[in-house]
Design a binder for this molecule. Structure first.
Ligand SMILES: [Mg+2]
Length: 281
């Protein structure tokens, strides 16, 4: 009798464990991208390669007074201006994967209010290789401008965080051009890029989002592909794109940029945006 009671307990424990193992884990659109960016050697090696390319391009640009990443903005006689580069912050030189991971583990969505709290915590990491690259540019007399859609309210904590990470911060020049710092500095970045282009020869633009390079990023997928084609001579030369599978205008273009749509509606539209193979039988 005692033996069979024991067997029943063991069986019950076994069934419970099996039930737990079979418990469905809810899908999360951010999981794979965050795991890849936070944890994979593949991401790190990709980014290190991009910063190595950027050093080569920076040196080529420095040696050639006719070189500019922004020919349409520079106007005349830009060859005499001091050199600069324009660098986006988040997911280009700043690594917010702990924030993204927290969205996954807490099964919640991005909120701008919570994002500001995260920024003010000053726990943002540097993307691997980013500080060394920025220091390399700075040591060659190239001013590093950070054109970011972090807001002007988030700028002080961002600057403190970045200085602690070792980024060159521009001395007497305000090198973080934050969203809202001037009335015409909205999320579109060209008005801020123009300010840099007016005073400097811009050698490189670096970002993880088409919107870091042009204001034409928020169009349809077809329009965005037309931008890619039109700017083909820039890519890998004076415009360097970093991978960001977590978020960006590539994602929002699939649901018309409408974040008021529910997560399910957005997911449905993203699935519909796919070109899929159809098996014949
Ligand atoms: Mg970014």
């Amino acid at each position: 009798m005692r033996l069979s009671a024991c067997a029943a307990v063991v069986l019950a424990i076994g069934f419970a464990a099996e039930a737990r193992a079979q418990e469905a884990v809810p899908q999360n659109d951010l999981l794979n991208a965050t795991l890849w960016m936070q944890d994979s050697v593949e991401y790190k090696a990709t980014v290190l390669g991009l910063f190595a390319l950027a050093r080569i391009r920076l040196d080529e640009g420095l040696a050639d007074p006719a070189w500019t990443a922004l020919p349409e903005m520079q106007g005349e006689k830009f060859g005499d201006r001091p050199p600069a580069i324009i660098v986006d912050l988040d997911e280009t030189v700043l690594d917010n994967n702990r924030y993204q991971a927290s969205l996954v583990t807490r099964r919640t969505d991005f909120s701008s209010k919570e994002w500001t709290k995260y920024v003010n915590d000053k726990v943002t990491d540097a993307v691997i290789g980013a500080v060394d690259f920025a220091k390399y540019a700075d040591a060659k007399g190239v001013k590093v401008f950070y054109v970011s859609n972090r807001t002007k309210e988030e700028e002080p904590a961002t600057a403190e965080n970045m200085a602690a990470l070792g980024f060159p911060m521009g001395g007497n020049v305000d090198t973080i051009l934050a969203r809202g710092e001037r009335p015409d500095w909205k999320s579109a970045k060209e008005s801020r890029m123009k300010v840099v282009a007016d005073g400097y020869r811009v050698l490189l633009v670096m970002g993880d989002n088409l919107a870091d390079f042009t204001d034409k990023a928020s169009g349809t997928r077809a329009e965005r592909n037309a931008v890619l084609e039109a700017d083909m001579a820039h890519w890998g030369k004076d415009w360097i794109m970093f991978p960001n599978p977590e978020y960006g205008s590539w994602e929002s273009s699939a649901f018309g940029g409408d974040y008021k749509k529910s997560a399910d509606e957005r997911r449905k539209m993203k699935i519909e945006a796919l070109k899929a193979w159809e098996p014949k039988s």
